[in-house]
Design a protein around this ligand. Structure first.
Ligand SMILES: Nc1ncnc2c1ncn2[C@@H]1O[C@H](COP(=O)(O)OP(=O)(O)O)[C@@H](O)[C@H]1O
Ligand SMILES: [Mg+2]
Length: 358
């Protein structure tokens, strides 16, 4: 019998003995895949889509961190980003760590095409540099209000590593006939049940879902804002992680995530379309009013939410700082950017762009 107070060392290995060939699941799989492939096609059509990754990831990082009660704002994170790592503090610093962990994972996926236990560990280390590695101690998952122990994950490093290796095999085995979106939900549940780290399990688990979509070829860029959905449906998320263990019925948690993918992909499509339009409109204004290569300057001002003179100089490889400063002043006059004094620095930003990112 399952006892929430005892380490669950008999957590079953993947794949689950469960038949996913059920009409409602397959319908949800179709709808989610359709929405996701639209988002993917659109995102890769952005003029230089890779430039948007970083700001878009901040949004995901904020939402995923917020689920763990790490609360800050987009504005704070972008401002913190202007400081060198050593001077960064607080929740905004943690959100930037989250983003960096995701970017690192993305680079690994692109380089190797797969993710192994060491990569999970590396991702956690970037995100939570103070409590790194597979845990040696037991942890419990408690109800936040009543402190009732809901679940005690497995104990012992050897067992945790075996379970992770099993997850690794599961996600790197492409031809088992199960749709990757179903597998994404299944391994997320499994990863959270293993709970391999002292801290950061929820966040690493959510990073892995997005990376898995990239690995499976469903996304080229990590533009799906899945944590936005989980954050909104948080108690349902916790409930399903718990109930799946007790009932062995995967249909609910799988359907939950399929729905999440669909809703967030549809929302993402709308957002990317708006960013695209904003960039096009800005480029037109620049072309008509400034003597510069409008395309490059447009790319530059939408590559980061908050711009400094030094950044623009470097991005455009300008020999003089004054030229960068002049461009920014002109953009401000054209109402494409606004300026704010931050300490000794002038910060320039596009209000509608920030709105679309947050
Ligand atoms: N009953 C449960 N069973 C398994 N995992 C759970 C359960 N309840 C919550 N979780 C997972 O544990 C995560 C919190 O673990 P934690 O290590 O503190 O991660 P983080 O530091 O990212 O918050 C939640 O986000 C969720 O993914
Ligand atoms: Mg935590």
């Amino acid at each position: 019998m399952f006892n929430p107070l005892k380490p669950y060392n008999t957590l079953p290995y993947l794949p689950p003995k469960y038949d996913f060939d059920q009409v409602p699941i397959l319908k949800a799989v179709n709808a989610a895949n359709k929405a996701l492939s639209r988002l993917n096609a659109l995102a890769s059509k952005l003029p230089d889509s890779s430039i948007l990754i970083s700001p878009l990831l901040v949004r995901e990082s904020l939402a995923s961190s917020k689920i763990e009660n790490i609360n800050t704002t987009m504005q704070e994170v972008f401002q913190m980003e202007l400081l060198p790592e050593k001077k960064r503090t607080g929740a905004a610093k943690e959100v930037l760590h989250y983003r960096d962990a995701m970017l690192h994972g993305l680079a690994l996926v692109r380089r190797k095409g797969f993710l192994a236990t060491n990569d999970f560990v590396a991702i956690q280390k970037i995100m939570e540099p103070n409590k790194t590695g597979i845990r040696h101690m037991n942890v419990t998952i408690q109800n936040m209000n009543t402190k009732e122990v809901l679940y005690t994950p497995p104990e012992g490093e050897k067992l945790l590593r075996d379970l992770l290796e099993n997850v690794e095999k599961y996600i790197n085995l492409p031809d088992d006939g199960v749709d990757p979106l179903i597998k994404m939900a299944v391994f997320h549940y499994q990863f959270e049940s293993i709970h391999p780290f002292l801290d950061g399990n929820g966040r690493v688990g959510r990073i892995l879902m997005i990376l898995y979509l990239v690995m499976s070829g469903l996304l080229d860029l990590p533009v799906l804002f899945l944590s936005g959905y989980v954050g909104k449906q948080k108690s349902e998320y916790y409930r399903l992680l718990q109930e799946t263990r007790l009932t062995g019925d995967y249909s609910e948690i799988v359907t939950y995530f399929l729905r999440g993918v669909q809703v967030q992909a549809e929302e993402g499509v709308g957002r990317v379309e708006k960013i695209e339009k904003l960039m096009e409109a800005s480029e037109k204004v620049i072309e008509q009013s400034m003597k510069v290569r409008s395309h490059r300057l447009t790319k530059c001002i939408f590559s980061k939410p908050l711009l400094t003179i030094d950044y623009v100089q470097e991005y455009l490889a300008l020999s003089s700082r004054q030229t960068a400063s002049k461009y920014l002043a002109e953009l401000e006059k054209l109402h494409l950017l606004e300026m704010k004094q931050l300490g000794l620095n002038k910060i320039f930003y596009s209000k509608p762009f920030i709105r679309l990112l947050s």
